[in-house]
Design a protein around this ligand. Structure first.
Ligand code: ADP
Ligand code: MG
Length: 379
């Protein structure tokens, strides 16, 4: 139940309930695969709603008697981090705590360093210390062991690994990737749902025959919302008596490259400002404010770029197609087409631009950054 006067929009974190617009087709498709123990990889841009979707799917699976786990590895930098996140996911589930304790006891018999802390094991803090003392080989052993435990968590288990492309970014000659593959095959009652935002990395992992995860999962592209999202947003405004033109929301979605997070963010601010009737003009004003609030972040990012990269970035923010056209290059003082190519490549590697589109078209990872560039620089 919503409180009266509360803002009908939310952004930043995963959403549920009234703040979540269901994706029934995707839901049914992914569910069907997982029920038949076909592992799924969901690829989609950041802030597109992947985590919210996964959480809603897992809730559904739990209702049907599955045991579900969500492991978020977005911030991992090492095997130890991976282990920590895996443990965290299990510990967060009330019903599974006992299993974890049992596993720790068992682990203590093979890894003596764990024993010392086991007596004092009462929560997260002492356990963090324990991990800190484990050597790399112990950590690897613990990961393998704990992955094995997943199949004993319940009769039917779904394990979601969020931002899973991170496993490929750890410098371990593919150990974690190979270990995951082994368990994907071995754990007969566990279906894996992997999600990630780096399409290039994910496709390379799954389509390259020399990589461990080659063809191990069904890949699905996370779709953008259709027109139903416009209606939903208009309806959300209506719940607080604000009138809103569909055209204004269509315009907004175009400006934010269909990213639900930014759509909700702009709408949140429209409501917060007490806007009584939403039109294209209000949308643009609020979006501009939101974008300007990020100026510091954008400036910091820009100052880390080379001159050639800065020029390429401006070009990308303004030009819709034909980037390599001679006149276009001249306009942005770019020396040659190969020079532009290599700048774009560097900007993609930094995650500023996206893979999408192929030659002659680029997309910003963060469309608000492009918007800000257009506000600040004219070509
Ligand atoms: N199904 C949805 N309906 C409405 N808004 C959504 C939906 N999915 C995502 N959002 C918006 O996007 C934001 C980010 O969602 P999240 O699931 O964290 O995305 P991701 O995991 O892809 O980065 C949410 O706070 C919400 O504003
Ligand atoms: Mg997420």
């Amino acid at each position: 139940m919503e409180k009266v006067n509360s803002n009908p929009f939310k952004f930043g974190n995963p959403v549920e309930g009234d703040y979540y617009l269901a994706r029934p087709e995707l839901h049914a498709a992914v569910k069907q695969f997982l029920q038949n123990r076909i592992h799924v990889v969901l690829m989609g841009p950041r802030r597109f709603g992947k985590t919210s979707f996964v959480l809603s799917l897992l809730r559904d699976f739990e209702k049907e008697g599955y045991t579900c786990l969500l492991v978020d590895i977005f911030n991992i930098t090492s095997h130890r981090d991976f282990l920590r996140q895996l443990l965290r996911a299990i510990r967060l589930k009330e019903g599974l705590k006992g299993k974890l304790r049992g596993w720790l006891k068992k682990l203590a018999t093979c890894v003596p360093k764990v024993t010392a802390d086991l007596d004092t094991f009462s929560g997260s803090s002492s356990f963090g210390l324990t991990l800190g003392k484990l050597g790399e080989e112990d950590v690897k052993e613990a990961i393998q062991d704990l992955l094995e435990v997943l199949s004993s968590l319940g009769k039917k288990v779904v394990v979601a690994v969020d931002e899973f492309q991170k496993v490929s970014e750890i410098d371990d000659q593919g150990w974690l990737e190979a270990t995951l593959r082994t368990h994907l095959q071995r754990l007969k009652n566990v279906s894996f749902l992997l999600t990630g935002s780096r399409k290039d990395l994910i496709l390379e992992m799954l389509n390259n025959p020399s990589r461990p995860l080659y063809r191990s999962c069904q890949t699905i592209e996370f779709p953008a919302f259709g027109p139903e999202f416009v209606d939903w947003i208009v309806g959300r405004f209506k719940t607080i008596g604000t009138s809103c033109k569909s055209e204004a929301i269509k315009h907004l979605l175009k400006l934010v490259q269909n990213i639900p997070n930014y759509a909700q963010k702009v709408c949140f601010h429209l409501v917060a400002q007490g806007c009584a009737c939403v039109t294209g003009k209000e949308v643009e004003e609020v979006l501009e404010n939101v974008v300007r609030q990020n100026a510091y972040t954008y400036q910091t990012l820009i100052s880390s770029l080379t001159l050639a990269q800065k020029r390429a970035l401006r070009l990308a923010a303004y030009e819709k197609g034909a980037l390599f056209n001679k006149e276009v290059l001249q306009k942005y003082e770019i020396t040659s087409a190969p020079a532009l190519s290599s700048s774009i490549k560097a900007l993609k590697a930094k995650g500023i631009l996206d893979e999408e589109g192929g030659r002659g078209k680029v997309l910003f990872d963060d469309p608000l950054f492009a918007y800000w560039l257009r506000l600040c620089f004219s070509p």
